[in-house]
Design a protein around this ligand. Structure first.
Ligand SMILES: Cc1ncc(COP(=O)(O)O)c(C=O)c1O
Length: 378
């Protein structure tokens, strides 16, 4: 039996909507499905504006432009994350400043932010690892005290929330990923969420090659012209059609994933009591979306042994990020303002189990397999 790490749930109207787009022969971006998906996101999250993008990476690049990050400006972020966050800053000439993550949620450690600030600090980029939100009240307080913009990377956190506020509405600017590895997918794809009225118009310009094409399409100006920097970040209608079908199933997909997460969590409790592994921490004031279920082993050797044995049994369990501060580009372009002890340790000890809709009948077998591998450690 082979169990993949991930399998997108494409069981709604994806094919029907894709067919519709192809029949219209109008497959460029900005059509009906784009509008429907953007409206869905705006209403559900309560944001000022939602814009579909070609990826979360693209949305992060736009967010850093919107935050007006200039050469030498510093942006606080975790190192236990994807290169897209740091790249977005470096592409504008800015300097990513890495601080450690919390040992419980594995999100940016808000208690370490103020120590890392300098006169060049302009923004904070929290990332909600595994869909479990960072301590956003404290991050918002720090940002307000020091006049910093919050760029929320909610790539993992679609339909997660913090103190009843949805992720995607917790920063000045926020981003989602709809990459095929995420809960809700359009192959490649993402969204930029704007929570500040004063940034909406510029966001539309950045998305459209630096032009006011959005205003032209709404009939607000007679022709469109180049106004600002920008690029081509608008996805095609094919992507938007697939995404809209996914959004219609988003609650079903999320609740199935949360049940799988809960099943693992309950079953692995006994091993945590024995000290063989630690389980994720999901604080009571936030709802997660079942994006990732991970185990933390006591050391790297145990993690490698369990990962190898699971793979031999046909279960594709995965490690995660190589910390950015410890990579060639991280050393070249960034500043590390902390010991990074938790980041380094977590990166060596973490292993993610498969989570996908349809996995339910295999869960007990996966858990038994983990149990028998761990039994050899006792
Ligand atoms: C935290 C985080 N941010 C951003 C991204 C980039 O997403 P995309 O593939 O949509 O560009 C990823 C990708 O997995 C991610 O894990």
């Amino acid at each position: 039996m082979k169990i993949p790490f991930n399998r997108p749930c494409l069981e709604g109207s994806e094919l029907e909507y894709l067919k519709k787009v192809i029949e219209t022969k109008s497959i460029g971006g900005g059509g009906t499905f784009t509008a429907q998906a953007e409206t869905w996101l705006k209403k559900r999250l309560g944001v000022q504006r939602a814009l579909l993008t070609t990826s979360c990476t693209a949305a992060l690049e736009m967010a850093v432009m919107l935050a007006d990050i200039r050469p030498g400006d510093e942006v606080i972020m975790p190192s236990f994350t994807i290169s897209s966050m740091a790249n977005a800053v470096v592409l504008r000439g800015g300097v990513p400043v890495f601080i450690d993550i919390r040992p419980d949620t594995l999100g940016l450690d808000e208690r370490r932010i103020e120590n890392a600030l300098s006169s060049r600090s302009r923004a904070i980029m929290p990332m909600h690892y595994a869909g479990i939100a960072c301590e956003m009240s404290d991050i918002q307080d720090i940002a307000a005290r020091h006049d910093l913009i919050i760029i929320e990377d909610a790539a993992h956190a679609f339909l997660s929330s913090y103190k009843n506020t949805p992720c995607g509405r917790l920063g000045d600017i926020s981003t989602f990923s709809f990459h095929e590895t995420k809960n809700i997918v359009s192959g490649e794809g993402g969204a930029l969420l704007i929570n500040r009225e004063d940034m909406v118009e510029r966001a539309e310009v950045l998305l459209n090659l630096g032009t006011n094409r959005s205003r032209f399409k709404r009939g607000e100006v007679g022709r469109y012209e180049w106004l600002d920097i920008g690029s081509s970040y608008l996805p095609s209608e094919l992507t938007a059609a697939c995404l809209f079908a996914q959004l219609e199933q988003a609650d079903h997909i999320t609740s199935s994933r949360r049940q799988i997460w809960r099943h693992y969590h309950d079953a692995l409790a006994a091993y945590e009591i024995e000290g063989l592994l630690s389980r994720p921490t999901a604080p009571a004031d936030r709802v997660h979306n079942g994006h990732i279920y991970y185990m933390l082993f006591p050391d790297k050797e145990t993690r490698e042994r369990v990962a190898g044995a699971l793979l031999s049994a046909g279960i594709d369990a995965r490690t995660h990020y190589v910390p950015l501060h410890d990579t060639p580009a991280g050393r070249r372009y960034c500043r590390t303002a902390d010991t990074m002890a938790i980041t380094t340790s977590v990166a060596e000890r973490l292993l993610r189990l498969p989570v996908w809709v349809g996995l339910e009948p295999k869960l007990d077998w996966i858990i038994d397999t983990v149990g028998s591998i761990l039994a050899q450690t006792r």
